[in-house]
Ligand binder design. Sequence first.
Ligand code: FES
Length: 333
Amino acid sequence: HCVRLKFADTIKEIQVPEGVSVLDAAAAAGTRMVHQCGIGTCGTCVGRVSTGAVSMPEGRVYPLRRDEIAAGMRLLCQAHAHGDAEVELDYPAAMLDDNPVVLTAVKLTGLNWLADTVAELKVAVPKSVSFSFRAGQYVRLRVPGTDEWRSYSMASGERSKRRLAFTIRVLPQGAMSEYLRERAAVGDEIAMEGPLGSFGLSGQSGPILLLAGGTGLAPMLSILESLQTVRDRAPIRLVFGCARGRDLFHLDELEGRRSFMPNLSVRVTVDEPLERTDLLCGNPVDTLTADDITPGTSAYLCGPPAMLDAAHARLQELGLPRERIHSEQFLPS
Ligand code: FES
């Protein structure tokens, strides 16, 4: 069947054979689309069917409300066409014109402890390597002296292509944690592969809500740097939460950004009770209210899976359409 994919900036036509999902057929035709899980649970691959019959297998629970399905919304990783159809996507195809993935060795140029449990790792990409990324993407780093790879989002802005920064949660166990605590030294070479991932600004205009749990703040810092240069002065709300007060980091950095981004507001939450009055007690998701979802808002979420599930549910309960929620979950390390 011929399916017309209407992106925000262009239209692409693909052939979708019986029994093949729209997402897979698009990939086979070289057309990239936003997606994450590929199994119908994350909801990122949503599109709206404007004409034709496109359905998802029945008898399963999907992260779409009934009224959204009635309005033609489908998860394209699960959706099959039963004839010619047209599907609208709420983002430009150009957004997925990825920077090429490179495999290279970067040099460790700095290691700072931002909190007891959070390290900032700075690396330099060799001049001979052409590397660029979109704010929100991540790379894989090989733990020096091992064959183990870990994924980290860039916390630095997309314009600083050679000097990358990562904020890394340091755990009692774990290969990268052990390396950072015991062996890391300026000048170390670290194998790096990337950029990877499709998380990042969707191109949707309007207010922006950024919700970060722990080191999920990293891609938000990179995204904020991109937003600094955007003329659109729509409000940007950042909600950043950590489990314990001692896990908090970069509060000065956020304060500094607020001073030159008048449209940015920052809310910091901590799960445990605290004496400080400038922080909210509780989970960042619990602090979300209808005031955070002004008309036209797009939300970007990064954090552990439980926080993302709760945030998705809460934002949709507050009336934010599914296609306006973009999320990146921590990959297990
Ligand atoms: Fe996750 Fe389709 S890619 S629901």
